[in-house]
Design a protein around this ligand. Structure first.
Ligand SMILES: [Zn+2]
Length: 143
C-alpha cells in the first residue's frame, strides 16, 4: 500500500464546517454512536472502509466479521501504520482507543478477543467510516 500519507491537522471549527453533527461528535468530540444504529453493520460485500473525515482507507471488507456487538468490527486494519492508539480510562478500566493516524479522527477501541488470524477486534463507530464497494474508485484523500 506504500507509505501512509502525511498527517492532516485541522482545527475543530474547520471539521465542523465539513462533517455532519453525528460524525463530528464521534470523530472529534469523544462521542460514541449507539450500537445497532450503523448501516455498515450489515455490509457483507467486498470493498474498502475509509475514514469518514479524511478518506484514508483503514479496513478492507475481508477483515470484517460479525462480532455481535452492534458496531462494525474488523480483525485487522489495512496497514497498522494507518491506525494510532492511546490508552483510554473513561470507563475506569483501561481500554485501547484507536484513531485515524492521518487526521486523528476517533474510530473505536481495539480488544484482544477477536477471531483468528489476529485475535484482535477493532470495534469501530460506523459513523467514523464510509464504505466504498469494490469496483468504485476510492475518493481522493481530503486535504
Ligand atoms: Zn482520517
Amino acid at each position: 500500500m506504500g507509505e501512509p500519507p502525511g498527517p492532516l491537522r485541522k482545527p475543530l471549527s474547520e471539521w465542523a464546517g465539513i462533517l455532519d453533527a453525528a460524525r463530528l461528535r464521534v470523530l472529534f468530540q469523544d462521542g460514541t454512536e449507539a450500537p445497532w444504529t450503523s448501516p455498515l453493520n450489515d455490509v457483507k460485500q467486498a470493498g474498502t472502509f475509509i475514514c469518514a473525515a479524511c478518506y484514508l482507507p483503514l479496513f478492507e471488507a475481508d477483515a470484517k466479521f460479525d462480532s455481535g456487538t452492534g458496531w462494525p468490527s474488523f480483525f485487522r486494519p489495512i496497514d497498522p501504520a494507518r491506525i494510532a492508539t492511546q490508552l483510554d480510562f473513561k470507563l475506569g478500566v483501561p481500554r485501547t482507543e484507536y484513531h485515524c493516524a492521518r487526521c486523528g479522527g476517533h474510530q473505536g477501541h481495539v480488544f484482544d478477543d477477536g477471531p483468528a488470524p489476529t485475535g484482535q477486534r477493532y470495534c469501530n463507530n460506523g459513523v467514523s467510516l464510509l464504505f466504498v464497494p469494490q469496483g468504485q474508485p476510492l475518493p481522493a484523500l481530503r486535504d
